[in-house]
Every structure is written in C-alpha cells, then in structure tokens.
Design a protein around this ligand. Structure first.
Ligand code: ATP
Ligand code: MN
Length: 538
C-alpha cells in the first residue's frame, strides 16, 4: 500500500500544467519530513542511522558538476551575465527541449513530490520557489535547506521560480545541447532551474544561490555573499567568507553566538539576512567533541549523504571517505541550539576571510587594511590538498573571485565594488584567517587546531586584538598580532613555525607570485590602493 500524503492545502494546478506536468493523485504536495522519510524508506532509497537521521546515497554525483551548469543565453542575460567557465551559455531552444524531456519523464513516474518554499529571510526580498522532485529525499532536502512557509503563507503562495529535479533521467547530449548526460540549466526568462542526471542535492541549493547572486545585486541593489554569519549577545554581526572546506559552517556554529546562517547571505542598506533556512555541513572527520553543534544536528529530520556505517551497524563512520570525501548532512537551522530567528542581523562589524592554506604560508590570523581586504576579496584564495594518490603531497592553489566564482553570474568586479563601498561606509574590521597548515606545508606541517582558530576569532570579535602590538608580514603586508589569548604566541607568525626558514621564504615568495599572476586580469580595473596591497614577490 502506498502511503500517500493527502494535500491538506490545495495548490494551484494551473502552475503545474503551465510547466507541462499532469496533476495526478500520485503527487505528494508539501509532505511533512516524517512522510518524506517514510517515502524514501518505502522506495528503498535510504536507511535510518542509529541517531534517527535519514542516510541516502546521491548516486553517480557526490558533488556539484560545474562543467554541466548552464545559463540560457537570451535577451535578458546576453549582456548582463559574465560568460566564463562557470557561466556556460546554452541556447533557449535546448532549455525547451530539456524541459520537455524532464516533464515527459516525470509525468510517467508513479509518484512525484512537490514543495513550496522560499529563499531570503528578509521579507522585502523573499523569493518564492516551487521544487518539483523525482525523489522524496530531494524534497526533504528542500524542506531542510530553504525557508518554510507557514499555513497562512501557503494559502496564497505564488511560485515565482521553479526547480525541477530528475536525478535518474539521463540526457542525450546531442539533442539536448549539453556536455554529457547530466545538466543543471538556469533560465532567468522562464524562472526555472532544470536539473537532470544528477542526484547531488547541492545542485538545488547552489542553483538557487546562483539566481540570487544575479537578481539581488542586479535588480535590488543588495550585495549577495558566499559566507556564513553569526551574532554576539550584544547584537554584533560577523560574516565569514571562504571557499569550500575553509570553515564557514564549522566556525559560524559557535555556542557563544547566534547562528544567522552557514553559507549564503545578502547585505542590504540596513541589515544582513540569510538566503536559506538550513545548514549543509561536511561530515568528514567529524567528532562530537570538536563540533558538538553539528554532531547533535544529526537526528530525525536530518539527511546524511554518502556516508558509510561501521560494519553491521547503522553508526556513521565519519572517517570513511570511500564514497566521497564530500560527505554531508543537511538540517533545518533550528537544529542548531542557538539559531537566530528570523535569520537577520545588523550591519557586520567584522568580516573574516577564511582560507585553508595548504602551503602553510599565510598567518593564522591577520588584520587587513581596506586595500588589502579588497585585494584578498577579489583574489579569493585557498589551497586544497591534492587527491589521495600515494606520494602526492603538493597543495593545489585555487583563486576564486569573491570567494565564490562558481556561483556568480555577474562580473566579480560588481560584487567587489559593492563590498568595497560597504566596508568604507561602515568601517568594518577585516581579518584573514588561515584555517589550513602551520609548521610547514601539507605533508610536513599540520592543520592548525580548531580550538586555536576559534580562540583567535573570539579574541577578534571581543575587541581584544584592537590595540595589541602587530607585526607587518614581510611578503603579504598584513598585520599579525603578537599575542592572542588561548593561542601559543609562537604559532602566530608562520615563519616561526617552520623548522626550515629558507624553505618558508621560498614557499611564501612562490605563493606571492601565484597571487600576482592571478591578479593580472583585474589590474586594469582596480584602484592604486588595491594594487598597492599586492604581496611582494622580490
Ligand atoms: P562549504 O562551502 O563546502 O560548505 P565550508 O567553508 O562551510 O565549506 P566547513 O564545512 O566548515 O567548510 O569545513 C571545514 C572543515 O575543516 C571541517 O571538516 C572542520 O572540521 C575542518 N577543520 C580542521 N581544522 C580546522 C580549523 N582550524 N578551522 C576550521 N575548520 C577546520
Ligand atoms: Mn559550509
């Protein structure tokens, strides 16, 4: 027997028909989390962990597929989107072909899940979204990650954007104009995101982020940011920018501060607000001791992705990255004990640029001048440790403008200019935090302890670094405090932590060279103050 969820709230069939879907009784509208878990278990696509979370596997894709993300090039986007390797154009006719394929495919399915939700916690910028999913667990992901309208809001809910997700549909690249069998296609004209061939839940999340990164700055004058945010008891807001794996989610979940959001925010003339209603945290290497907030969020309602269990148990082995290193959990924001509701905070006092420098060159904490802040924001540096192949220990540098190039449809200069103006107007403090290596590069040194990083951030937030002595870094020019409560002083200067000083100097110059080379493409468009913030290479 199928456990159908009876729609308690009627929803506009017109809209379904408009997008080519048949309104049948097999449609589950606005199912509860319990129902979606049940549906997932019933179709055999998930199991419960010992903590009661739903464990699923996303299939062939366990991460985003940036090469298969397209934006329809049409009269709205042709001259506004910054076409590059992340914003790949596709002709409108292919959008129609793929949409037809997806709707025909979904119309043949025995069941479908539909959810109305929204993005943007500030009601002035609310974006209503209807998510149509082949899988119940994709629908639960949307429940966890987007904002959840109440009954009253659902009554006159008008979906502005549609996300249609069909993981098991394989596209024919020849007829669909895609690179391969999977694609995420964004049409600003038709206000639709089509996702086919990939079950990776993050495609839905980052699809909505992508459109907000277009709509908010372009149409509303709001700066959109790839960052986490939290708030102190005095109402002071902090924002943490950083690329994947640098610590946005981990460091914003601070028991002494209220969490505003873990990944995507907007900065208006009078506040900052979260785009989302949930968190999407990494699970690799998670321990209850180091990350208690995230650990305790793994409970009924949460979805864990691509994890392995200890043999013959349903207990997650957080060390096991055999399916992917990108194991994740999604959960509603209020699974964190001190979530700010609604997810809105005041103008930030402190910005942190997080980088996980696997070269072990950048200081664990430093203060930036306004010019340096702009230079670092435009650079968007981090370094990953290369693959897991034996013997390969060389870090792989990444420069990703505004700490989020894959999600930015506009030219990075537009976001940077907005941030620059806001930093100047509000005189915010900007800190660079290296959550990566100390004592040498990956393979020689080790990753800096989370407790130290947390202590450094706390000290900055409490104003304890405002009047301390600093040293100017010889190569990067940033200002390194000589004392931070709770952190051994010898850790603060990276050169100090390397046994081989000559090796440090060489590596630092090498990294400085990478910054300069990467910045060449921006040189003609930025001020002398920003150019003067470049690291020294000779
Ligand atoms: P994404 O954009 O992919 O969500 P993120 O910026 O949110 O990435 P996190 O999920 O916070 O990144 O990942 C940081 C990872 O690094 C966590 O697994 C955390 O446990 C680990 N880590 C180890 N040492 C540190 C440190 N000193 N500071 C921050 N994180 C650390
Ligand atoms: Mn994160």
């Amino acid at each position: 027997m199928l456990a159908m969820s009876v729609p308690t709230i009627s929803f506009s069939v017109e809209n379904l028909v408009k997008i080519g879907l048949k309104n049948t009784e097999s449609i589950h509208y606005q199912s509860t989390p319990d129902e979606l878990v049940e549906d997932t278990l019933r179709i055999g696509e998930g199991v419960l962990t010992d903590a009661g979370a739903l464990a699923i596997k996303t299939g062939e894709f366990t991460g985003r597929s940036p090469k298969d993300k397209f934006i329809v090039k049409d009269e709205t986007t042709e001259n506004t989107v910054h076409w590059n390797e992340f914003n790949i154009p596709i002709e409108e006719r292919y959008f129609h072909i793929v949409q037809k394929k997806i709707t025909e495919y979904l119309n043949q399915k025995p069941e479908l899940w539909i959810r109305d939700c929204y993005a943007c916690a500030d009601p002035r910028y609310r974006l209503n979204i209807r998510v149509v999913t082949e899988k119940p667990w994709t629908n639960l992901f949307a429940y966890n990650m987007f904002l959840r309208p109440n009954e009253e809001e659902l009554e006159d809910f008008k979906p502005e954007w549609h996300v249609i997700s069909a993981p098991d549909l394989k596209l024919d690249p020849e007829t669909c104009g895609t690179r391969q069998h999977n694609a995420a296609i964004v049409s600003f004209k038709h206000k639709t995101i089509l996702i086919a061939g990939s079950g990776y839940t993050g495609e839905t999340k980052k699809g909505i982020f992508t459109i907000l990164n277009y709509l908010l700055p372009h149409e509303k004058g709001v700066l959109s940011m790839h960052c986490s945010a939290n708030m102190g008891s005095a109402g002071d807001t902090a924002v943490f920018f950083g690329l994947s794996g640098t610590g946005k989610t981990t460091l914003s979940a601070d028991p002494n501060r209220k969490l505003i959001g873990d990944d995507e925010h907007g900065w208006t003339k009078d506040n900052i607000f979260n785009f989302e209603g949930g968190c999407y945290a990494k699970l690799i290497g998670l321990t209850e001791e180091k990350e208690p907030e995230i650990f305790s969020a793994i409970r009924p309602g949460a979805i864990v992705e691509n994890v392995q269990f200890f043999k013959s148990t349903n207990k997650i082995n957080f060390e096991d990255g055999s399916i992917t290193e990108n194991t994740r959990v999604s959960y509603p924001l209020d699974f964190i004990s001190n979530a700010q509701e609604p997810s809105i905070g005041g103008i930030p006092k402190n910005l942190f640029f997080l980088t996980s420098d696997a070269f072990g060159v950048l200081p664990p904490i430093s203060k930036l001048t306004p010019g340096q802040a702009m230079y670092q924001f435009i650079s968007g540096y981090t370094a990953k440790v290369a693959g897991t192949e034996v013997g390969i220990t060389e870090p792989k540098p990444t420069f990703s403008a505004c700490f989020g190039a894959p999600f930015l449809p506009l030219h990075p200069g537009q976001y940077a200019e907005m941030l620059g103006k806001k930093m100047q107007e509000h005189k915010v403090n900007v800190w660079m935090i290296n959550t990566g290596w100390t004592g040498g590069p990956y393979g020689v040194g080790n990753r800096i302890k989370l407790t130290y990083t947390r202590a450094m951030i706390t000290a900055a937030l409490e104003g304890k670094l405002d009047n301390v002595e600093t040293i100017k870094d010889a190569i990067f020019g940033v200002f390194i405090p000589t004392q931070v409560v709770g952190v051994p002083a010898e850790l603060l200067s990276p050169r100090n932590t390397w046994a081989d000083k000559v090796a440090y100097d060489e590596k630092a110059k090498y990294l400085a060279g990478l910054f300069v080379e990467n910045f060449e493409k921006y040189a003609s468009g930025v001020s002398a103050e920003i150019m003067a913030a470049a690291p020294v290479t000779s």
